[in-house]
Design a binder for this molecule. Structure first.
Ligand SMILES: Cc1ncc(COP(=O)(O)O)c(C=O)c1O
Length: 432
């Protein structure tokens, strides 16, 4: 199972990530908390350093050399994101400070004046496995207008119950469906294309939370037909403080602005203000210029992994396709191997046994609290996450207060998976 014969072993690329050479508590660091945030390759760090030491300027406002240079790189990044998502136009690529902000933007703007305005009695559906960031913004919006937020049930395996979903859509009052593409807690890969098709048939808009899908799979918003799709870029080897909101052009044109301020206007007068075209309409104030340029570098880095995986130079989209194919294979290989070995530990239960899963392994032990597992593993230099993973309603559904979660990136190794299993075995022995 550990053999990677005939395949590209992407863990050789771990040398690109300087932080992975860290010693933690006297052991080599095994970083298995990639669903929280990914590590950054030297390439991205170098681009950031170059920006801060040789290019720093505000964008879109200056006529001078530095500003023009920064603006060009900033705009280049937006185009790279467009290719990453297969969006039709850069007008549909709104740069935010994170996935959370993107969802808040959509939920808030849907309560403002537009043909899509949420009203009293409307229903918003979100799945039971959502991250709080795809629940709370909808609750805030619903409170504002008198709508309700209703949870779509999930099965014991951690899959969305599509029959129950179809039944809920039949109420005729559903206006929005919010669903996570890949669950950060369970690893489930949801059938978002089918979920979007069903929502559209019922006349509802669909927002897909792609925070965990962005780092691990090739997204195609045109194929998914999602109305809105959000990314969390610090999970895609880019700096913190950057996110992406994809929104269909006709929707983003119809919705009101989110934040007011500089850059998002065409003209300002006390008699009335007019707004800029997309995407500027939703990007008030100075953006995270360095972060966005870092995001462009991260996309280039992923493309370089793809070039290596396919052994040939392709266009950006084809390099990204090759990269994500290899990344997914490596990560699910690691997760399946770890799962099989973890299941040999008596009293260990995997939470999330969906047929379609990404490289996330959540588990509980019969006698040890997840926080104890996390703390003891840390002493062995192994970084995992323990807690509710910002999914309290999901924990309630699973009947546990928390889980321990190991989440793999392509730079992880089978040796690290072995260390995880051995350390969890030790925890089991201690609490027996
Ligand atoms: C599924 C999911 N949605 C949303 C978020 C929030 O993303 P951000 O940190 O970019 O706001 C996360 C972060 O862990 C996540 O896992």
């Amino acid at each position: 199972m550990t053999a990677l014969e005939g395949k590209v072993d992407l863990s050789v690329r771990r040398a690109d990530f300087p932080i992975l050479a860290t010693e933690a508590n006297g052991h080599p660091l095994a970083y298995l908390d990639n669903a929280a945030t990914s590590q950054k390759p030297q390439y991205v760090l170098d681009v950031l350093d170059k920006y801060w030491t040789g290019e720093n300027a505000n964008v879109h406002r200056g006529v001078h050399y530095l500003s023009q240079r920064a603006t060009r790189h900033f705009d280049d990044s937006r185009e790279k994101v467009r290719v990453l998502l297969n969006a039709a136009s850069t007008k549909e690529v709104i740069l935010t400070k994170g996935c959370t902000e993107g969802i808040n933007l959509v939920a808030t703007c849907l309560t403002g004046p537009s043909p899509y305005r949420l009203r009293e009695g409307d229903e918003i559906l979100v799945s039971t496995m959502e991250h709080h960031s795809n629940i709370v913004p909808w609750q805030l919006a619903a409170e504002r207008v008198g709508a309700s937020v209703n949870p779509i049930p999930i099965t014991d395996a951690g899959e969305i119950d599509l029959d129950a979903y179809a039944h809920m859509l039949a109420s005729g009052r559903v206006k929005v469906v919010g669903v996570v593409h890949i669950s950060n807690s369970l690893g489930t890969i949801n059938p978002v294309k089918e979920i979007a098709r069903m929502a559209h048939e019922a006349g509802a808009l669909v927002l897909v939370d792609g925070a965990q899908a962005g780092p691990h799979s090739l997204i195609d918003v045109l194929d998914l037909d999602a109305d809105f799709y959000t990314l969390s870029c610090h999970k895609i080897y880019a700096p913190t403080g950057v996110g992406v909101l994809y929104g269909k052009q006709h929707l983003m044109e119809a919705l009101p602005p989110y934040h007011g301020g500089g850059d998002m206007i065409r003209t300002v007068a006390f008699e009335g203000t007019t707004y800029a075209d997309l995407p500027a309409k939703y990007e008030a104030g100075t953006p995270n210029v360095a972060g966005v340029i870092g995001l462009g570098a991260a996309i280039d880095y992923i493309a370089s992994v793809g070039r290596e995986a396919q052994g040939a130079e392709g266009g950006l989209r084809s390099n990204l396709a090759a990269a994500f194919g290899a990344i997914h294979e490596q990560e699910i290989g690691l997760a399946r191997y770890a799962t099989e070995r973890l299941l040999e530990i008596p009293g260990l239960r995997i939470t999330g046994t969906a047929t379609e899963k990404a490289g996330i392994v959540s588990f509980v032990l019969a006698r040890a609290h997840p926080h104890d597992i996390g703390t003891i593993l840390d002493q062995e230099g192994i970084a995992i996450r323990a807690g509710h993973h910002c999914c309290m309603p999901l924990m309630k559904r699973l009947g546990v207060p928390a889980t321990a979660r190991a989440s793999f990136a392509f730079y992880n190794t089978y040796e690290e998976a072995d260390r995880l299993v051995e350390a969890v075995g030790k925890v089991h022995a201690m609490f027996e």
